[in-house]
Design a protein around this ligand. Structure first.
Ligand SMILES: Nc1ncnc2c1ncn2[C@@H]1O[C@H](COP(=O)(O)OP(=O)(O)OP(=O)(O)O)[C@@H](O)[C@H]1O
Ligand SMILES: [Mg+2]
Length: 399
């Protein structure tokens, strides 16, 4: 909701009798004030940079009131002071640095504490308030202050000051309050924006933490399967359990890689698979994995995990079947774009080659079934290219 500054009747010093009223003479200025209010509203709605908005508001407010000085004071509760956050007309070293007391004895402090606007047309004769040092130093003769509401607690005070002998009148005050209301709205929005950013940041940290926990839990499952594999006393069962442990480990690795980038929903497939291959290098110690990955192929995280599990099976097969009983066998993994909307993943070895009559579709092995079903889920294809020596599996996926 738009904050309102109707904090009660303005605190105005007594005027000598016989002063001319705010007459027709002031009409062009009143029209300009209306225009400036509209201008300020547009700037505030555009969501400009907050500091720029405050500076622009100070400049326009001074212009509308034909005053040489204006400042936006931000309340700093811990110091009970009002910091000059933005302003025009001030000597160097004032904006962003100088501050005034936020107690009831200063005009700005009074406006902040009571919510009442303050007009002081003769600061030198002022008995209600002490004149803040900055005003005295700049030879200020008259000032007007209104509270700047934020969301919940007040943000501070909008103050306009002048050296001239003229006087601020009620209509000027009405303008100043209008400007303060518009600024208050922008302040409220800025605070909401900041809270939202903080909430998003926290959400990301929590998600990251969840990712680590999932990974840790899967590592525990892996260790349990490995322990069981060692204790079971049946070589075939031991092998099956070890293979199951490796697959769970591959999923854990995928989760570990997942939260390294800034975007959780999409990831750079090349970088991701490169990381997975680096990790796998240790578990296939008798082979050397060489990765050639093109970067900036972004795909959704879910698809990247499935693709990484396919790569895991293909590397495991090359290590297990192509290079059985040998050391130093090369496994080459290549990730590259294929045309405008496809990508290719190739895993190539220079080993024993597939058994004669091998048929991917009718292969009973769990590895091949994982590969074919994941590739199908990803709407891709697998092609087997026999080489001399070795075998290459090429997976083509839509991006
Ligand atoms: N790179 C390769 N080089 C040679 N033979 C391979 C290669 N990849 C797969 N094979 C052959 O294809 C078969 C099927 O592989 P698959 O991964 O389905 O089963 P597996 O590796 O034997 O067991 P698992 O279910 O643990 O993966 C293998 O048994 C092997 O004979
Ligand atoms: Mg296999």
């Amino acid at each position: 909701m738009c904050p309102s500054n109707d904090g009660g009747a303005p605190v105005v010093e007594a005027k000598p009798a016989g002063d001319p009223p705010d007459s027709l003479r002031a009409l062009p200025q009143r029209i300009r004030q209306q225009e400036i209010l509209a201008e300020l509203g547009v700037i505030a709605l555009q969501g400009a940079d907050f500091d720029k908005l405050l500076a622009e508001a100070a400049r326009l407010t001074a212009e509308a009131l034909r005053a040489e000085f204006c400042k936006v004071l931000e309340h700093v509760p811990s110091e009970n002071r009002l910091l000059v956050r933005a302003g025009v007309g001030w000597d160097e070293g004032v904006v962003g640095k100088a501050s005034i007391g936020a107690d009831l004895a200063s005009p700005a402090g009074f406006a902040l504490r009571t919510g009442k606007p303050v007009i002081s047309n003769h600061l030198e004769n002022e008995e209600r308030f002490r004149t803040p040092e900055i005003l005295a130093e700049h030879g200020i003769h008259r000032a007007m202050n209104v509270i700047l509401q934020g969301d919940g607690r007040p943000f501070g005070v909008l103050e306009v000051d002048s050296r001239s002998e003229d006087e601020f009148v009620e209509a000027d005050l009405a303008f100043l309050q209008g400007a303060a209301n518009i600024l208050g709205m922008a302040i409220e929005r800025e605070r909401h924006g900041r809270n939202l950013e903080a909430a998003l940041e926290r959400h990301y940290v929590l998600l990251k933490e969840m990712g680590h926990r999932v990974k840790n839990s899967l590592m525990i499952v892996t260790s349990m399967l490995q322990l069981q594999a060692r204790d079971i006393g049946d070589p075939t069962l031991t092998l099956h359990l070890e293979e199951a442990a490796h697959r769970v480990l591959a999923v854990a690795r995928a989760h570990d890689q997942l939260f390294q980038g800034a975007d959780i929903e999409r990831m750079d497939l090349g970088k991701y698979v490169e990381g997975i291959c680096k990790d796998l290098d240790d578990s296939v110690a008798h082979c050397v994995i060489q990765t050639e990955a093109q970067y900036e192929i972004e795909i959704s995280t879910d698809r990247a995990i499935s693709a990484a599990l396919v790569v895991n099976e293909l590397i495991a097969n090359a290590a297990k079947h192509a290079y059985r009983g040998t050391t130093g066998g090369k496994i080459r993994v290549t990730i590259a774009g294929a045309g405008k909307d496809k990508l290719s993943i190739s895993v190539r070895d220079e080993g024993a080659g597939l058994p004669p009559g091998f048929d991917l579709a009718s292969s009973k092995g769990l590895g091949m079934r994982i590969i074919t079903s994941f590739v199908e889920q990803l709407n891709g294809t697998v092609e087997i290219r026999p080489h001399k020596p070795g075998t290459e599996f090429v997976v083509i996926l839509p991006r």
